[in-house]
Design a protein around this ligand. Structure first.
Ligand SMILES: [Fe+2]
Ligand SMILES: [Fe+2]
Length: 142
């Protein structure tokens, strides 16, 4: 299973692509570590990264939605919340029991699904709308 940053993930919005590519790079490191039999160490790193990432990345997208009155805001935010809760439960599991093969697999599967379904689906829908609203070259909304 190999995922690389590339055309299929691109939304055409600079800040959004930059943030998504960070996630894809983190995911690739996890997969490479798993292949090398060192998934545990990378699982700790990626869960800590995701804890921060879901805060700033979702905040950027949600501010853009708000500023442009995106019609799918409620549904999109609900998906973010579900994913964020899942990351928080991974973190609780990590704190309670440490890294495990089970947690590594769970994190990997969650990311595979998120990259293919959320980024390629919902985020592309959002970015298409943002581009129509003239958001293609702006910095991340603060
Ligand atoms: Fe996103
Ligand atoms: Fe999103």
């Amino acid at each position: 299973m190999n995922v690389e940053w590339g055309e299929k993930f691109k939304t055409g919005i600079g800040w959004l692509d930059a943030q998504h590519s960070e996630l894809i790079e983190a995911f690739s490191r996890l997969v490479a570590a798993m292949d090398a039999g060192e998934g545990g160490v990378e699982t700790i790193k990626i869960i800590k990264f995701l804890e921060r990432y879901v805060v700033y990345h979702f905040a950027s997208e949600e501010r853009a939605m708000q500023e442009t009155l995106y019609p799918g805001t409620v549904e999109h935010k609900a998906l973010h919340l579900t994913f964020r809760n899942m990351i928080m439960s991974f973190k609780r599991d990590l704190d309670a029991r440490g890294a495990s093969y089970y947690l590594t697999i769970q994190a990997r599967n969650a990311l595979v699904e998120w990259l293919s379904i959320h980024i390629c689906g919902e985020d592309k829908k959002l970015s298409k709308y943002l581009i129509e609203k003239g958001y293609s070259d702006t910095p991340p909304p603060e």
